[in-house]
Design a binder for this molecule. Structure first.
Ligand SMILES: *Cc1c(COP(=O)(O)O)cnc(C)c1O
Length: 573
């Protein structure tokens, strides 16, 4: 966009994964944000991003002897990666003026184009002790802490942009509802420039023209909501809810609805998620409806290709980083080369596992991977719901190794119980089935696991997986998915070609409260009858699947294609 001198897009996200040594993200949302910026930088799009500094990181995970998760801080070397900007601004919280500064990190594309990222920081001497902690912990603290962080991100973020002279931002992109309060600042700016002291519907129209919202959460319980009195107390103003439908939903401020009401373009992150969002997000006012599109997520291929595959692509398909679609040419690479690249990635993973654990994994054994946030709907334990059956099928078809990883949110007791259950079962079906649970799932570990296993397993409870992106990273490295048909896999699955479905789309769509017994059986059947025999007995067919997995899915499920859709549908519109 900069090539024809269009003003910038400002991309706001509570978390962004910028560098493996910067723990400023918790999982898929932050990784997607980072991959989005990396693709935008490759394409030379004029963009600037805003997030919080997260001095203490998300958290470091340790599992005790009983398998219970404990959390610790991950302080990181800020000056090593970011530099402090000389500007200051402030936001008002509970009547206090809180000072803000920003640090800059630069995302550099493959053609050297740079996208600056502003990381907001309240840790300044002028601020009270409590205020200084506000940009420490991603998703930490209570509801009050969260709301204050969202004021810093949304309101503070716009003010920092202005203080730096970004007065002609064409589009504000809210990546999830956490950033919705940027709309409040834009409304105030609009009113002020018209010489009014409070905003009106005209200002709402102006702001809508400038805003875009991407929703990632297919359950209403996942949306940030704050009681009106809490919002009034925190923001120190009572005008928001008086006349403006924009802010008020049934006694609370719902950040998803605020973002919806203030955006002219809204999208879900996969085709199915668009449908689910259209059903779920219904306006109170029946004369009006939300138009919700979808743009399917992707991964940044240059980031997620493991070295052995990046080298292979460099040799056979030079220019793939600049033009991701050229990876369709993988079908012309000799299968033996693809296998060699895979075995190198698998060896790296196995070495890492054997350094971290006593499990003695080996390269010949069929290896399944499951790594993502540990939370109930992702059903990490589905594969272990009948361990006797799992052992029996491994006895018949060939041995199985399973690598698990993932952090539970510190307040997610169910998520922690899931980890504990896996830890309890992991040594009970040796030697046919070896299981490890690796601590501290993060960017580096995600690289090892998504590229190094033979099959990527995904078992969400439909329709709760908005998209999922780790299976895309696996596909790029020739690792087919075995997955419930939900999120991106509805689009990505071609049975026996790019991987396998667990169940069919219809049964996935029933939205039953508990279909785990049924899905577990379907998973065992597919493993026993199709996947494991194919791995051990039909190597040529297996290799065809690996090549098709890359050739059909990498050229599409990448953030380069994704950001181009944002440009056409949202940024230029
Ligand atoms: C890609 C990635 C995720 C996202 O996983 P999904 O559950 O498949 O969306 C989470 N955490 C890390 C560290 C990742 O790299």
């Amino acid at each position: 966009m900069n090539k024809i001198n269009r003003p910038a897009v400002a991309y706001f996200s509570m978390e962004i994964a910028l560098h493996p040594d910067m723990p400023t993200y918790s999982g898929g949302l932050g990784m997607l944000a980072g991959d989005t910026l990396r693709a935008a930088a490759d394409l030379g799009i004029s963009m600037i991003a805003v997030t919080l500094l997260h001095r203490q990181g998300y958290f470091s995970q340790s599992l005790d002897a009983s398998g219970w998760q404990h959390e610790g801080p991950i302080p990181w070397n800020i000056e090593r990666y970011c530099h402090e900007l000389p500007i200051r601004t402030d936001v008002t919280i509970e009547g206090r003026h809180m000072q803000l500064r920003a640090w800059k990190y630069e995302v550099t594309g493959c053609g050297r184009h740079v996208i600056p990222v502003l990381l907001l920081d309240t840790d300044l001497e002028e601020n009270s002790d409590w205020d200084r902690t506000l940009t420490n912990n991603l998703y930490g603290g209570d509801s009050h802490y969260r709301l204050c962080q969202e004021v810093v991100l949304g309101v503070g973020g716009v003010r920092v942009l202005r203080a730096l002279g970004y007065n002609d931002v064409a589009r504000f992109h809210m990546n999830e509802g956490h950033a919705a309060l940027l709309g409040l600042e834009l409304l105030d700016e609009s009113a002020k420039s018209a010489g009014r002291s409070t905003f009106n519907t005209e200002d709402v129209q102006t702001v809508r023209r400038n805003c875009i919202f991407t929703t990632h959460t297919p359950v209403s319980a996942g949306h940030d909501r704050f009681p009106i009195d809490q919002v009034q107390r925190t923001l120190g103003r009572s005008d928001l809810f008086d006349n403006h439908e924009v802010f008020c939903c049934a006694g609370e401020l719902n950040m998803t609805y605020l973002a919806l009401n203030l955006s002219h373009y809204v999208n879900g992150v996969a085709k199915k998620h668009g449908e689910v969002s259209r059903k779920m997000l219904v306006p109170r006012d029946i004369d009006h409806h939300y138009t919700i599109d979808h743009i399917t997520n992707g991964g940044h291929l240059g980031t997620w290709a493991t070295p052995s595959f990046a080298n292979l692509f460099d040799r056979f398909l030079p220019g793939w980083r600049e033009d991701n679609a050229s990876l369709r040419g993988v079908l012309s690479i000799p299968a033996a080369e693809v296998w060699k690249a895979h075995q190198a990635a698998k060896q790296n993973l196995i070495d890492e596992i054997n350094v971290r654990t006593q499990a003695s994994f080996d390269i010949k054994t069929f290896t399944l991977g499951f790594a993502r946030r540990a939370t109930a709907y992702k059903r990490a334990n589905l594969l272990l719901h009948d361990t006797i059956r799992l052992r029996n099928l491994a006895e018949q078809t060939g041995r199985v190794q399973i690598v698990f990883a993932g952090k539970a949110h510190p307040h997610d007791k169910q998520g922690k119980q899931l980890i504990q259950e896996i830890m309890r079962l992991k040594d009970t079906i040796l030697p046919e089935v070896k299981i490890v649970y690796l601590e501290n799932y993060d960017w580096d570990l995600a690289r090892f696991i998504t590229s190094g296993v033979d099959v990527w397993l995904n078992t969400p409870q439909p329709p709760l997986e908005a998209s999922g992106t780790s299976g895309m990273k696996a596909a790029l490295n020739g690792v087919p998915s075995l997955s419930i048909l939900d999120g991106w896999w509805i689009e990505g699955c071609i049975e026996d070609v790019t991987g396998w479905a667990i169940g069919d789309a219809k049964s996935s769509d029933m939205g039953e409260a508990d279909c785990s017994a049924r899905d577990g059986n379907l998973l065992y059947e597919k493993l026993q009858n199709v996947v494991i025999p194919l791995y051990y007995e039909q190597r040529d067919a297996w290799l065809r699947i690996m090549s098709h997995t890359i050739a059909l899915n990498a050229p599409y499920f990448n953030t380069q294609r994704m950001i181009q859709q944002y440009v056409l549908k949202a940024y230029y519109e």
